[in-house]
Design a protein around this ligand. Sequence first.
Ligand SMILES: CC(=O)N[C@H]1[C@@H](OP(=O)(O)OP(=O)(O)OC[C@H]2O[C@@H](n3ccc(=O)[nH]c3=O)[C@H](O)[C@@H]2O)O[C@H](CO)[C@@H](O)[C@@H]1O
Ligand SMILES: C=C(OP(=O)(O)O)C(=O)O
Length: 514
Amino acid sequence: MTVTELSPDTAMHRIGALVRDARRHRGLTQQQLAERLGTSQSAVARIEQGNQNLTLELLGRLSAALESELIRVGPAGPTHLRVTGGRLLSGSVAVKSSKNAAVALLCAALLNRGRTTLRNVARIVEVERILDVLRSIGVSATWDEAGHDLTLVVPEQLDLAGIDADAARRTRSIIMFLGPLLHRAPEFELPYAGGCDLGTRTVQPHMIALRPFGLEIEARAGEYHGTVTPTGATSRTIVLTERGDTVTENALLAAARAEGTTTIRNASSNYMVQDLVLYLQLLGVQIEGLGTTTLTVHGQPVLDADVDYTISEDPVEAMSLLTAGIVTGSELTVRRAPVEFLEIELAVLAEMGLRYELSPEYLADNGHTRLADITIHPSQLRAPIDKIHPMPFPGLNIDNLPFFAVIAAQAEGATMIHDWVYDNRAIHLSDLTRLGADVRLLDPHRVLVDGPTHWSSAEVVCPPALRPAVCILLAMLAAKGTSVLRNVDIIARGYEHLYERLVEIGAAIEVFHD
Ligand SMILES: CC(=O)N[C@H]1[C@@H](OP(=O)(O)OP(=O)(O)OC[C@H]2O[C@@H](n3ccc(=O)[nH]c3=O)[C@H](O)[C@@H]2O)O[C@H](CO)[C@@H](O)[C@@H]1O
Ligand SMILES: C=C(OP(=O)(O)O)C(=O)O
């Protein structure tokens, strides 16, 4: 049961009834329960009648004695949003650090014998999931008082048998444990990887990329079973069959501690890979080719350094915030945008008629990533002549593509959006029709968006995919009237305090629970 807004009397009666039912379910008398609690039978009777004041401490003891979680303190069930749309946004909003670099760096910390402090880490569910897994195998992970810097210390021996399989199965990023683990254990098991519901995402490239390090992976029921056989090789070249981000990261993680030189060809040079390279360099790994598709890594069998690394700003968050401004026809400044990872996006937006200005560039706290403040002005948008499609960096970011569906709906004319990457992501964009957009799914990969849209409010259940979910929310900001977006918990997987931050710049969003 979740206690939220019950009066104290009602809550005590409800809890009393729960205690009685749980006790009977366990086949205990009031006397036997009293003994387990170290109290009297009459006290148990009072609790069951709802006549006893309950402290959290007593509730904890009751739950333990009855082996049942009697109450959960906090919000009830899934989170929903009530959005009053049609309001202009104004002022400025700063971009937070990226989910995708954070998860890579959390996995990378497993390589370091010394202390890793990651600064400016986004407080998002995806990070918490990896932290749950890391803690379950013995890693110490502590937040600083302000809650944004995270210090990780990895023990000499990892408790791989104690891994929190539930948490591990909820995140695909756990696959990036493979690279570090192959240096720590000759054999290990890793629960299967999850992630967004975007259709099948192959793990074969990871298996191919890690084979030159002696790792063979067998997929068993719900788990990968890894076996490492030392190869004796002093150098190796890995040609990635696809330019994936996490597979490049896995190869880097394996190469960082592998004897000799590893050359990775067809490597992704996307933002999260660059953050990872910068962190590994701090650990003392020499890597050439940052920002290119060939990375040469000079491995160090022992990495033992106390390091501080500040994660860079998220281009996908920046795109989400820009879209919020564009779709509401607002004048808005998005501060600390990693422009180097938004160049194609901005060029396409300029083609579509968006008026914007960039501040002079400055460096992110990692000392490398180029940032700028982007100010957008209300603009008459038109459909681009060519289709919009993503490409590995330096192409238009695959995760930024869904936002172009919302923007295209605002533009005059027909825009073709081609998501060749994911089998299921474009499908979720057809939910925009619920808000009045003309979005036609031509096949699972292509949508045709005809604008401009006269947005109308609606009640929509959140699609089970992070970016499409945010797209629906942003369209609701444009739709006059009150919309409801149900089951939005997936958004917290990748965005920190998104609703509060949108409210600060003028949106009307209310969070509620059933
Ligand atoms: C934690 C993290 O960093 N996640 C990102 C990472 O996931 P991740 O690296 O896991 O992406 P995947 O390996 O699943 O690749 C996404 C899809 O693209 C296909 N593919 C990819 C590259 C390529 O050159 N050819 C090709 O066909 C894959 O087969 C797959 O179907 O990269 C994706 C693609 O940028 C992003 O959407 C994810 O946000
Ligand atoms: C697809 C995404 O992430 P993940 O790889 O974590 O599912 C995303 O960030 O849009």
